[in-house]
Design a protein around this ligand. Sequence first.
Ligand code: PGA
Length: 260
Amino acid sequence: MEIIVKKNYEEMSKEAARIVKERIEKKPDLVLGLATGSTPLGLYQELARMHQKEGLSFKKVKTFNLDEYYGLSPEHPQSYHYFMNLNFFSKIDINIANTHIPDGLTREPNHFCLEYEEEIEKCGGIDLQILGIGGDGHVGFNEPASSLGSRTRIKTLNEQTIKDNSRFFKNIDEVPKYAITMGVGTIIDAKEIILMASGKNKSLIIAKAIEGPVTSQITASMLQVHPKVITILDEDAASSLKKKDYYKFVAERVKKFNGN
Ligand code: PGA
């Protein structure tokens, strides 16, 4: 795993955007896995800026979102459909037909989830998956004890996740109790992954996910077995890592090796 520590949220976001841009320039029809939440907002803003000011085009890019609340319509302001349109899709030249987000209103979640997996496969698999990490160590909505081989399915949300996400709703009772999410196995099948985390409140879980054992109790720890993960942290999120100085040393060496 490559671990990059940046000064703050803005620098973390810019570094992630730089990598995404590079990958799209290399492969204009990149299949991009997307995340929601506070963490990737800066990345989306920077990519939108690159589109407007630097001509970065998403015309051929295909996207698959990790998850959606079960029971929320795309028009619900807290749905991930709404989030993606508001914060990203409406600001770039992406063809909406090329974007995929789980259907929170499907009456047949099992069938829908199988089709979602098939659609990813039809597109040739995800080239680059963007991830945040939940306070309980989840990626997507793969809560503690999710199978590390799981595929897209409906999941019950953990109490901590409901509490964490209640900040976006009027009150905690409004937070949906279920979600459709790509599985840990689906995520791990991506060819490359960027994990981002920012802020002190993520530092302990980041340390456990990166330096602790691989465990279904912290599904982000499964990223340790993936051959191509770039973790981009800000100083606060990196503050509990035991080997922070070592990761910084390696990152500098890698930069030099690549001639940057
Ligand atoms: P956050 O959520 O980016 O809002 O912190 C991350 C997550 O729950 O995966």
